[in-house]
Design a protein around this ligand. Structure first.
Ligand SMILES: [Fe+2]
Length: 245
């Protein structure tokens, strides 16, 4: 499986606090059957060339450890960009897009962001030649209220993802219920762990895929944990979908 949203880079955000924790987290990922992990540190107030230097440096350190320990996992670098920063400028930095390919990037919003704002940011991203991958879309309840919103966002170029932990009940019953309904809508295209540690917020893509399979079937669940995130990893084109009613 490919897991494209995780805070596993040591000492840069609210994820892994140091190298030892990063490595314990990656062991957890391997245990889940994950073969590829993208490190997506928060790019909130860190967005310029200095942030790029820091993230690249930590990434190389982690990569060297993974190689030294011969861990059977590939790691890549991206970021999770919070709306509100100067997104267009941030996107010029190599760390900003997944694996530095300059196309797919992980985008998040404050939880109560209105649908219209999210829709506008998606359209702006497409104009800049980037493809927004919306992090944990289930948290944006004002933009995941009905089919029409989901279809509109996707038709505008957004790729909607869900945190595996929302489906497994990690964030409580209310979130789980909303996540299950959203998953059943068929508009979620990627599942990710959004791991922050090696315990309660650890890698959980296998459990998430299991839960998703119970709602939409194993074929679709595998697409969300393997085929679709692999496309992002490889910078492959996104398949056209017919979203007309
Ligand atoms: Fe995250």
């Amino acid at each position: 499986m490919y897991d494209i949203h995780n805070h596993v880079l040591p000492g840069v955000d609210d994820g892994a606090s140091g190298m030892r924790q990063s490595l314990r987290m990656l062991e957890g990922a391997i245990h889940q059957g994950i073969t590829h992990v993208v490190c997506t540190p928060h790019a909130n107030d860190r967005s310029g060339p200095r942030a790029n230097e820091l993230f690249q440096e930590r990434f190389q350190e982690l990569k060297a450890e993974v190689t030294k320990l011969e861990l059977p996992i590939e790691i890549g670098l991206g970021s999770e960009i919070m709306f509100g920063a100067d997104i267009e400028q941030t996107l010029k930095q190599p760390f900003a897009t997944i694996n530095g390919h300059g196309r797919y990037f992980l985008l998040e919003f404050p939880t109560k962001t209105p649908f219209e704002i999210i829709h506008n940011v998606v359209r702006a991203s497409i104009r800049w030649g980037k493809r927004p991958v919306i992090a944990h879309h289930e948290r944006f309840t004002l933009a995941s209220q009905n089919e029409e919103q989901l279809r509109t966002l996707r038709a505008s170029g957004a790729i909607l993802t869900m945190d595996a932990g929302s489906l497994t009940g990690r964030f409580g019953k209310v979130m789980q219920k909303h996540a299950r309904a959203l998953m059943s809508s068929g508009h979620i295209e990627i599942l990710a762990s959004d791991a922050h540690d090696e315990a309660l917020q650890g890698f959980c893509l296998a459990e998430g895929r299991e839960e998703a399979a119970g709602l939409v079937g194993m074929v679709e669940a595998n697409k969300m944990a393997l085929d679709a995130p692999r496309r992002v990893w490889n910078n492959d084109d996104w398949p056209e979908v017919n979203l007309k009613q």
